[in-house]
Design a protein around this ligand. Structure first.
Ligand SMILES: Cc1cc2nc3c(=O)[nH]c(=O)nc-3n(C[C@H](O)[C@H](O)[C@H](O)COP(=O)(O)OP(=O)(O)OC[C@H]3O[C@@H](n4cnc5c(N)ncnc54)[C@H](O)[C@@H]3O)c2cc1C
Length: 443
């Protein structure tokens, strides 16, 4: 049951902006350590969110958060991996062949994110919905003042709260990076955007490479279906009651279009795309379900300091083709709260802890970027940071990434970095038999 708090306190140790996966898990880690954490969230949960495909790595973090059982009980769609139809070649990836004993999931993010936030509350974090953070005043570095607008009452109320640390988990609005002027666009020729919507009664692609009605979801596990489209790509993610379908395209493709034109472009593209049109054929588009995200590829030059940490999408956004977003949010929440906990114990080392955290987080974002878009090579990837991470990876994880880097033509930068680091495995993706293989679809 959701606990409700009325009065926002005037002080807390850590103030968290945003209650998505990054913010809620940071709040849980802190509350579990007895640190008073307050989350200010501008919307009313449950709220809509995109990003429904979760790779099995997320269980490592849900275990640490103590929320795995609640996730299992919710009964989300269990997926078996992915099928990538890319420029004429179709490949299947099966995580279970790479040491993952638990599956990936397709989750309704409103339900998933709400479950995480409620868990944070049950662990002792204090959460306020409908409170929008407006400014962080850093003039006293040891006691920050966070101003907000409280929208819960009839009239908006302005207020402020003092804290020792701020965690910015505000998602793609990157609140602090905006205030501090540290937000950068990755590169103009990598300017992609996403348009997505939802369909009822579609078919899905199963682990057996055949299409099925959703009656079979529990019998024949689905895969996340990804296909190349022009200079971008398309996803098909079946959920319990509907299917999420999205296009990732260069911004030029929809330049000058209004909302209705974008919707028409979306529907036309879905119906023209091979395989996808067959899966969608029995279904119908849910009118009004179209969403649009133009500000797609960004990063921040500084994400951690002595008194603030930017985590999840507030730190950076990487093209979600390999579903790294939620996992990165979980990871960042984990290490930033570790840094804060250690800083509270050894205050004179706070600068050192924040630097370590910064380089670790930039390293992981660089790694994800290298895998998601080849051209990131000179922009937004710190090559010197990424290479040691590759060298430190367990062999099975590296093998999975090697094979994943072969399913699209987007991972040239990753391939190059792996070769330079001397970690490129001696594997042939077609003959290794290690969990990805070239296949045919029977739709
Ligand atoms: C098109 C697309 C497809 C994606 N697909 C996938 C996928 O399949 N798998 C995957 O893992 N990831 C995917 N992602 C990425 C994933 O959605 C994000 O990485 C993830 O939601 C990040 O979590 P977060 O907590 O950082 O941010 P969010 O989930 O965005 O949460 C941020 C919260 O902060 C609140 N907030 C914002 N500003 C303020 C403020 N000023 N004051 C108070 N509250 C504020 C917001 O209301 C929001 O609830 C996708 C992203 C996009 C755009």
């Amino acid at each position: 049951m959701r606990l409700t708090e009325n009065t926002i306190p005037s002080y807390c140790t850590v103030l968290i902006i945003g209650g998505g996966p990054a913010g809620s898990s940071a709040a849980t880690y802190l509350a579990q350590s007895g640190i008073d954490a307050v989350v200010l969230e501008k919307s009313v949960f449950p709220r809509n969110q995109v990003g429904e495909s979760l790779i099995p790595n997320f269980w490592k973090f849900s275990d640490l958060l103590g929320v795995s059982e609640k996730i299992q009980q919710e009964g989300f769609v269990v997926k078996s991996g992915g099928i990538f139809a890319w420029n004429g070649q179709i490949r299947q990836v099966d995580f279970s062949k790479f040491g993952h004993s638990r599956p990936g999931l397709h989750v309704e993010r409103d339900i998933f994110d709400d479950l995480l936030l409620e868990h944070a509350q049950s662990c002792g974090a204090t959460v306020f919905n409908q409170v929008v953070v407006k400014n962080v005043d850093f003039s006293d570095p040891l006691q920050l003042r966070v101003s907000f607008t409280d929208k819960r009452g009839e009239a908006n109320a302005e207020g402020s709260i003092h804290c020792e640390y701020v965690i910015d988990a505000s998602g793609h609005s990157s609140f602090l990076a905006g205030q501090l002027g540290t937000r950068q666009t990755v590169s103009s020729n990598l300017n992609f955007l996403s348009i997505w919507g939802y369909f009822n009664n579609t078919q899905y692609l199963g682990v057996d490479r055949q299409s099925h009605t959703t009656d079979y979801l529990k019998v024949i596990p689905p895969v996340t279906f990804v296909m190349s489209y022009a200079d971008g790509w398309i996803w098909h993610i079946v959920l319990r009651e509907k299917t999420s379908v999205g296009l990732v395209v260069h911004t030029d493709r929809t330049k000058g279009m209004n909302k209705a034109q974008r919707e028409a472009f979306f529907k036309e593209t879905c119906l023209a795309a091979p395989y996808l049109n067959q899966l969608l054929a029995p279904g119908e588009y849910i009118e009004g379900s179209l969403h649009y995200r133009p500000d797609y590829s960004y990063y921040s030059t500084r994400i951690c300091s002595e008194n603030y940490y930017c985590i999840g999408d507030a730190a950076a956004f990487v093209d979600p083709i390999f579903s790294h977003g939620v996992q990165n949010a979980f990871y960042n929440a984990n290490i930033s709260t570790l840094a804060i906990k250690e800083s509270l114990k050894h205050r004179r080392n706070r600068g050192r802890y924040s630097q370590l955290c910064e380089s670790r987080m930039q390293q992981f974002y660089g790694f994800s970027r290298a895998l998601a878009l080849g051209d990131y090579g000179c922009n937004g990837v710190n090559r010197a940071l990424v290479k040691p991470l590759m060298k430190a990876m367990p062999p099975l994880e590296l093998e999975l990434l090697f094979l994943v880097s072969q399913v699209t033509n987007r991972s040239e930068n990753f391939t190059q970095l792996a070769r330079e680091s001397g970690v490129w495995p001696d594997l042939d993706p077609d003959t290794s038999g290690q969990g990805t293989e070239t296949i045919e679809l029977f739709l």
